[in-house]
Structures are given as structure tokens and as C-alpha cells.
Write a protein that binds this ligand. Structure first.
Ligand SMILES: Cc1cc2nc3c(=O)[nH]c(=O)nc-3n(C[C@H](O)[C@H](O)[C@H](O)COP(=O)(O)OP(=O)(O)OC[C@H]3O[C@@H](n4cnc5c(N)ncnc54)[C@H](O)[C@@H]3O)c2cc1C
Length: 397
């Protein structure tokens, strides 16, 4: 039996960030991951274009993960519009007293940077490829058995093992599930005319479309619609796909070219109101898997991680009930508010009552007309809902 301060199950974006932060704090960590440490093998490190908000950039920077390649696409402007309706909401970072709202990174590149950082740290023992088989929680520690038969012992077990979390199931932590009946299709396209520092989000009656800047005049497309519509769009030839994209985005014909590989994700909400068990905590998608409409999933998970590093990094007993309760008290309202906000937007697109869709649209555009509301929305979207973790406070470089 090998002893650790913290055993982390799931070496995706959330679990890797947690391992790095706790190792930086001097903790002895076991990191268990089902897929080999190659960025093209891990499901978390795929072609997704992620909007990383300003608080998350601070956290990643303080964890020593951000390098030049990850900050090549700073986000200075966000343009939000509705198909078939006049007007749009234009957010500029400088008007909110900051140089950028965040940055756009490809999940695969962020994953590669995390793997590089993990290799530089002492105190992390990797068990990979390995899967969790069984847990037994005691008063002082939690015993963990892996599929291979290996046994580990930790003071704290963290589940960062994604939406269908085995840790959540084995610890008996309750969660709720809602299928949106929607899917997201992602791919990238070439588009030399678009500004490199601007993201576009367009709301259509069946789902939102986001166009996110990537290096070399490319845009990451996140196209959300009913799952049937996404299945049809996946089957289109490239010419027909680009025509549909022009229509959906309201872009001038001929602006997009060379679409890359298309991948789709079914969209569902998994909400864990109390992501805690005996000597167990859940972070990231294992706790809350949310709709990508407002680009908050990883950002929310990273705030869980940063707060857990604050609470468990220095505690005498990182898995003690009081430590985990204090962590949860800090995270509760941010988790609830972020889930509520994205779920309200997401359900508006799947609800046939168009009045709800209209209400959501009006709500968004009201933010533009009322500066105080807009400021509050922007600050929350940038990840600075109180209490802010110490890692999110400022960039160290
Ligand atoms: C289309 C789309 C666009 C998105 N855009 C954004 C965005 O712009 N901004 C944003 O913040 N978020 C975005 N998200 C959300 C973001 O991708 C996720 O929140 C994030 O990837 C979750 O990371 P995770 O590490 O919590 O979970 P996962 O990525 O699911 O990682 C879980 C890891 O655990 C491992 N694992 C699972 N079970 C076991 C086991 N039993 N034993 C060992 N290992 C195990 C898996 O192999 C995996 O590596 C988007 C999501 C989608 C679908």
C-alpha cells in the first residue's frame, strides 16, 4: 500500500491542473488516468477551441502552464447578435478596464502544456493507463484499489474523472442529469477577414454559433443545434457546409474556406449540488458538466481546482471534513450561479415556446443598455465572482 496526501482520479484538464497546483504546494500526489500520456490519446485534450477567461489565465499562469503559444489569441472584443433581429451587443475589454477578457486556446495544446509542466514537478506519481476499481473511506484515510489490483492510500480522493465519474458513483454522491437533445459540432475554417482578437456569438432560434479566433487566420467554429440537425450537418460535403455556415453566421458569402475535421458532442447537464463525500471531493465535469453556450465549463472547473488548492494545499489533513466543507462553502454560490445561467440559456433554445427564446434575447440585450448590469455580467464571465481564489487574483508573469 503506497501513501499519498491526495489521490486524483482523472488526468484531464481539471485533474492535471489540480495535480500541478497541489504538487507546487508540496503535496504528495497520485494521479490516476485511464488513457496514455499522449495528447492525442486523452479525451480531454482534443480539438475543442476553449475560451479561457481572465481569472483562468491568472490561475494557469500561477501554475506555470501558460506559455506564448497559449496566449497567441487574446480576446479583446466579443460581438453578440441574434439571427433575424436587429442590433447587437458589443463588449470591449478596454471599456471594462482590462486589456483582454481572456484568450482562446485549443484543448490539445493546453493539455500538452499541462503534460510538460507535470514532468517538471516532484511529488507526483502517475498511474497510467489505470482505472479506479474500489474505494473504502475510513476516519483517517481513504483506501483505493485500481483495476490492476494496485492499492493506494490517501488522505483525500479527488474525482476529476469527467461526466460519468466513477468516483462520484463509488462515493454515492448524488447528481442530476438533463439531456438537452442538442449537440455541438466543432471544426475550424480559414477566414482571413476576421479580426484576430474578436469572438463572435450568434443566437439563432435553434441554437448558438460561436466563431473563435485561432492562429494563422483560422476560426474555431462551435455550432450548436438539435442533435438531428447536427447529424445532418456532419454529413454535408465541405461546399454545402460552408454555405450553411455563411447563412447561420450572417457572414458575407465566400468568407470561409478549408474546413477542418468535424467532431460532435451530445449536450447534457450533470449537476452535483453537493460535490462532497467522506474524504472525497469532485471537481470539473465530474461535479458539473454544463452546456457550452457561454464557454464556462472548464473555467468553472478550474475555479473549483484553484479553491481546492487554497484549502487542501496547506491543511494538516487535506481530506478532513472541515477542510472540504470550507472549500464547498467557497464554491457553492459560483457553481450554482454558473450552472443556472448556462442552463437557462441552453433550455431557451430547446423550448418550443418562442416567447422564452425572445425573453432570453431581450435579457441579453438589456445588459447592453444598462452599464451596471453589463459590468456585472462581464466580471462574472471573466471568472471573478467572489470569493476569488488566491491563484486567480493576479498574473505572476
Ligand atoms: C463543444 C464544447 C466546447 C467547449 N468550450 C468551452 C470553452 O470555450 N470554455 C470552457 O471553459 N469550457 C468549454 N467546454 C467545456 C470543457 O471542455 C470541459 O469543461 C472540460 O474539458 C472538462 O475537463 P475535465 O478534466 O473536468 O473532464 P474530462 O475532460 O472529461 O476529463 C476526465 C479525465 O478522466 C479520465 N477518466 C475517466 N474515468 C476514469 C477512471 N475511472 N479512471 C481513471 N481515469 C478516468 C478520462 O480519461 C479523462 O482524461 C466545452 C465543451 C464542449 C463539449
Amino acid at each position: 500500500m503506497t501513501d499519498f496526501d491526495v489521490v486524483i482520479v482523472g488526468g484531464g484538464l481539471a485533474g492535471s491542473a489540480l495535480a500541478i497546483g497541489l504538487a507546487q504546494a508540496g503535496r504528495r500526489i497520485a494521479l490516476i488516468e485511464a488513457f496514455a500520456p499522449k495528447t492525442d490519446a486523452r479525451p480531454s485534450f482534443d480539438d475543442r477551441t476553449l475560451v479561457i477567461n481572465a481569472a483562468s489565465l491568472n490561475i494557469l499562469s500561477n501554475l506555470g502552464i501558460l506559455d506564448e503559444s497559449l496566449t497567441a489569441c487574446p480576446l479583446k472584443r466579443i460581438e453578440i447578435s441574434r439571427a433575424g433581429a436587429p442590433g447587437h451587443l458589443s463588449l470591449r475589454a478596454e471599456e471594462h478596464g482590462c486589456d483582454r477578457f481572456g484568450a482562446v486556446v485549443v484543448a490539445r495544446e493546453l493539455g500538452a502544456a499541462m503534460l510538460r509542466r507535470l514532468e517538471t514537478l516532484d511529488g507526483i506519481e502517475s498511474f497510467c493507463p489505470e482505472r479506479l476499481a474500489r474505494i473504502t473511506a475510513g476516519d483517517e484515510q481513504i483506501d483505493i484499489q485500481l483495476d490492476s489490483g494496485k492499492r493506494l492510500r490517501g488522505r483525500l480522493l479527488v474525482g476529476s474523472d469527467g461526466t460519468n465519474s466513477t468516483v462520484r458513483r463509488l462515493a454515492g454522491i448524488e447528481s442530476q442529469h438533463h439531456d438537452y437533445g442538442q449537440s455541438a459540432m466543432i471544426f475550424n475554417v480559414s477566414c482571413p477577414d476576421r479580426a484576430a482578437d474578436t469572438a463572435w456569438e450568434r443566437f439563432t432560434t435553434t441554437g448558438p454559433l460561436a466563431l473563435l479566433p485561432q492562429p494563422q487566420d483560422r476560426l474555431g467554429v462551435v455550432w450548436i443545434d438539435t442533435s438531428e440537425q447536427i447529424d445532418s450537418a456532419l454529413a454535408l460535403d465541405n461546399g454545402a457546409l460552408l454555405e450553411k455556415l455563411e447563412l447561420r453566421s450572417g457572414h458575407t458569402p465566400g468568407g470561409f474556406a478549408s474546413p477542418g475535421k468535424r467532431v460532435s458532442y451530445p449536450l447534457a447537464l450533470t449537476r452535483t449540488p453537493r460535490p462532497l463525500g467522506r474524504r472525497v471531493a469532485l471537481v470539473g465535469n465530474a461535479a458539473n458538466t454544463i452546456h457550452p453556450v457561454s464557454a464556462q465549463g472548464f473555467n468553472l472547473g478550474l475555479r473549483d481546482v484553484a479553491a481546492l488548492i487554497d484549502h487542501a494545499g496547506q491543511a494538516d489533513d487535506p481530506g478532513h471534513h472541515n477542510v472540504l466543507s470550507a472549500w464547498y462553502a467557497d464554491r457553492q454560490s459560483d457553481q450554482a450561479a454558473t450552472v443556472r445561467y448556462t442552463d437557462t440559456l441552453a433550455r431557451a433554445f430547446s423550448n418550443p415556446a418562442s416567447i422564452i427564446r425572445l425573453g432570453t434575447g431581450l435579457g441579453l440585450f438589456a445588459h447592453a443598455a444598462i452599464p451596471a448590469l453589463s459590468r456585472r455580467l462581464v466580471r462574472a464571465a471573466m471568472g471573478f465572482r467572489e470569493p476569488v481564489s488566491s491563484l486567480a487574483v493576479e498574473r505572476v508573469r
